[in-house]
Design a protein around this ligand. Structure first.
Ligand SMILES: [Fe+2]
Ligand SMILES: [Fe+2]
Length: 322
């Protein structure tokens, strides 16, 4: 299985490896199907930009042990319902959201490596919610690396799932952190720390963030973690950068926007080349088949001769984007 841009999809050589959902999270096309050109255009109109496919090149590549797809889509559903209720002025179900938080923490704890499913594998109506789930997952894997205890992981994930809740209440972008904070801190039984994550997720160490322009590491570490995760997911989802380019940008932000220790933990938790990525290895085209011992040094298969190379064992071999 591998992830391809929908524009690269070829119905002669590829079949779907994961189902495609509509805006109500109902299965639109099941795994195993091919997509004829007419349908492909419709999917593109729905805002879907990436597909999980199976083809000759991707044979033997498994990502199922790197993320639980049902957990991901269910989380998106709960988060969507929560946001919609806030948007309509109704009382949201916090307990349901706490269950999602627990599930996501279990996911992150049980998997040595986790990969991100791009929000743009979903129709555009769901992409905002997929974004918040991704921000929560990225934050949790970073915090796990930083040895956070369960209670803190919980506050962090909850704050991340609701970091943009202010957008449901105001159309003024610069105001969403503060309005979100005011909403959350008045919610009964809601953690104050989680509310502050929403308040501070656009602050940066250089003082150029908003709404308060806080300087130095004067703001919550958890808000910084959420900020990094938010920045990364936006680079992928909105700016459409490939993971390795997004990671470069994140690394360049160390000590400028976010604390070095957080960037380091992030880099050591998020794979630069997820399985299924086409890469170049010492001048030859190859595909990442597995991440085993080293996050930055995966196992690759050279396309010309199907030979597998474990880059963790071959330190002199160069890997770079294709
Ligand atoms: Fe935001
Ligand atoms: Fe965001």
């Amino acid at each position: 299985m591998r992830l391809v841009k929908i524009s690269e999809y070829n119905h002669h050589t590829m079949v779907l490896a994961k189902p495609i959902y509509d805006s109500k999270r109902r299965i639109l096309l099941a795994a195993g199907r091919t997509i004829i050109p007419k349908i492909k255009i419709r999917l593109q109109q729905m805002g879907i930009r990436f597909l999980f496919i199976e083809d000759e090149v991707s044979k033997g590549i498994h990502i199922d042990d790197l993320i639980d797809m049902p957990t991901w889509t269910e989380s998106i559903g709960v988060v969507a319902t929560f946001h919609n209720r806030v948007n309509s002025g109704l009382t949201p179900d916090l307990q349901e959201l706490q269950q999602v938080v627990k599930k996501l923490i279990d996911e992150v704890k049980s998997r040595p490596i986790l990969i991100l499913i791009p929000a743009s594998t979903m129709p555009k109506e769901l992409q905002f919610y997929a974004h918040t789930v991704n921000v929560a997952i990225l934050s949790l894997i970073t915090a796990k690396k930083m040895n956070y205890i369960e209670r803190k992981l919980h506050d962090l994930a909850l704050g991340c799932l609701l970091h943009d809740i202010g957008k449901m209440i105001t159309d003024q972008y610069e105001k969403h952190p503060e309005i979100g904070f005011n909403y959350l801190r008045n919610l009964s039984q809601f953690s104050v720390v989680s509310a502050h994550i929403a308040y501070q997720h656009h602050e940066t160490m250089d003082g150029k963030g908003f709404p308060r322009g806080l300087e130095g590491d004067d703001f919550l570490e958890m808000a910084q973690i959420c900020g990094v995760a938010n920045y990364y997911d936006n680079l992928i989802a909105q700016d459409q950068l490939p993971p390795h380019d997004a990671m470069e940008a994140i690394m360049a932000s160390a000590d400028q926007l976010y604390k070095h220790s957080i960037i380091n933990a992030f880099r050591q938790s998020v794979p630069t080349y997820p399985p299924g990525t086409k890469v170049m290895v010492n001048g030859e085209e190859a595909i990442v088949t597995q991440i085993n011992k080293h996050l930055q040094r995966p196992i690759v298969k050279v396309l010309s001769n199907n030979k597998e190379l474990d880059l963790a064992e071959l330190p002199t071999m160069m890997i770079y984007p294709n």
